[in-house]
Design a protein around this ligand. Structure first.
Ligand code: SAJ
Length: 428
């Protein structure tokens, strides 16, 4: 199938990089978002999200007119739906955006079009939710238009590179749909393109993130065991990982972001009777922030009135994304315990958390602290010089939950350094 003009619905962390990558390969792309702020800012050439390299490529394709921004889908050869799938309080997938994106395609859907769902969704969404909506157009999936589920699998922070280089799964509702999907993505994908059916590709996406979640949960559980038995979990993991068939991931303050902390719930929701392990892993990771708070209380004593400088609120290093972030939960929890919390998030200094003061610089965050708590391994924090830090803060206790600070140099600079999951090297 040949493509000249495509329409991408949802201009977030996935939709915008995808739209600009297609546009940079010469396709005419209409990027659609129903958020007027997003539309306005992109029309003014401003990119509303931070992702390395994205600003430049978006500005270029906008300037050249290859990417146009619209509030509604327009007629095109192909439609890609890349809207968020959040979850409700009861952890059930909220498909409102997917549904309304599919609805918005109905008036402009034409014979011969290809429609692709990229949003992470519970198994069978393409077949049972998207297809019937699109067929309201009077056209039949398979006969009149092609329908595909192709999950995005890119890592925030490396989206532009991974979009091109990663293997791409393309699940069609029939093989002609899958072939058409291949024709489209092969415009920029250099990685292997694997064709399958739509439900398999939905499941593949959820399996990948669930696999990672379960493996992080076991690392987090090991960090608690190491605390109990007086062991340094980081040392233990690095030794265990010398076994040729063992690859334990890193414990930390918890699992955040909009993918790994959400997607496993889609399995639990769809098949609660079959998913005790997946469910438990989610609970373990969701309770890791509490473990950090208890570590702090153990180390620094009563939290009431304690002045705590929280370094990092993002869900992981060097991104500006705070969705489902365990660091935010920890800051909030500490404030609830009566601590005086000052947080510094270099990628989003204007974020607000109730009863938490947001600092605009590292110095401001630590200048009146009793304890410095490192929650995110942003490069800026990793590279801190403990000697210099000691001049800026009265704090003599630092807590490293992500194992990036060198024990010896912090001790040499006069700090008591405490690491998550490390009872072996604890001085206090
Ligand atoms: N984390 C740990 N320990 C680790 C690794 C990660 O605690 O050893 C934490 C991170 O700090 C973060 C969370 O897990 O809070 C998730 O971070 P991540 O880097 O593992 O993954 P995401 O959520 O940024 O991106 C994932 C990726 N999926 C997999 O690696 C299987 C990415 O490829 C997906 O495209 C993305 O989810 C998505 O959009 O689904």
């Amino acid at each position: 199938m040949e493509f000249n003009h495509i329409c991408i619905i949802g201009l977030g962390y996935i939709g915008l990089p995808t739209a600009s990558t297609f546009a940079s390969r010469g396709l005419k792309v209409t990027g659609v978002d129903r958020n007027q702020e997003v539309v306005k800012s992109l029309r003014n050439g401003k990119v509303h999200i931070y992702e390395p390299g994205l600003g430049e490529i978006v500005e270029n394709v906008l300037r050249e007119g290859k990417l146009q921004i619209s509030e509604k889908p327009v007629e095109a050869d192909a439609f890609i739906i890349a809207v968020p799938t959040p979850f409700y309080d009861d952890k059930k997938a909220d498909l409102t955006y997917v549904r309304s994106a599919a609805e918005s395609v109905v008036p402009v859907l034409r014979k011969g079009n290809l429609v692709i769902l990229e949003s992470t969704s519970p198994p069978l969404t393409t077949r049972d939710v998207v297809r019937p909506i699109l067929e309201k157009s009077g056209l039949k999936a398979g006969e009149d238009f092609k329908l595909v589920y192709s999950p995005e699998r890119v890592l925030p922070g490396q989206i532009l590179k991974e979009l091109v280089e990663n293997a791409r799964v393309i699940g069609g509702i029939d093989s002609a749909s899958a072939q058409a999907g291949r024709d489209l993505y092969s415009i920029f994908v250099k990685g292997e393109i694997v064709l399958t059916d739509a439900t398999t590709s939905e499941m593949v996406k959820l399996m990948e993130n669930t696999y990672r979640d379960v493996n992080i949960a076991i690392a987090n559980e090991f960090s608690r065991l190491a605390e109990r038995f007086g062991v340094d979990v980081w040392e233990a993991i690095s030794i265990a990982n010398r076994h040729p068939r063992v690859k334990i991931l890193n414990p930390g303050p918890g699992v955040g972001g909009h993918c790994i902390s959400v997607d496993p719930w889609f399995f639990v929701e769809s098949a609660p009777d079959l998913t005790p392990l997946i469910h438990t892993a989610r609970m373990v990771n969701d309770s890791q922030p509490e473990f950090v708070v208890s570590l702090l209380a153990k180390t620094a004593g009563d939290l009431k009135g304690k002045r705590i400088a929280v370094l990092g609120l993002a869900y992981k290093p060097d991104v500006d994304d705070l969705r489902e972030s365990p660091a935010v939960e920890i800051a909030r929890h500490l404030a609830e315990e009566g601590a005086i919390v000052t947080a510094f998030e270099p990628f989003k200094t204007d974020f607000k958390i109730e009863n938490v003061h947001m600092a605009h610089s590292l110095e401001e965050a630590i200048s009146g602290a009793d304890v410095v708590l490192l929650l995110v391994a942003h490069t800026q924090f990793k590279n801190l010089n403990p000697k210099a830090v000691s001049g800026y803060t009265p704090a003599r206790i630092v807590i490293d939950t992500v194992n990036v600070w060198n024990l010896e140099s912090w001790k040499a600079a006069g700090f008591n350094i405490v690491r998550l999951g490390d009872r072996k090297n604890r001085m206090i």
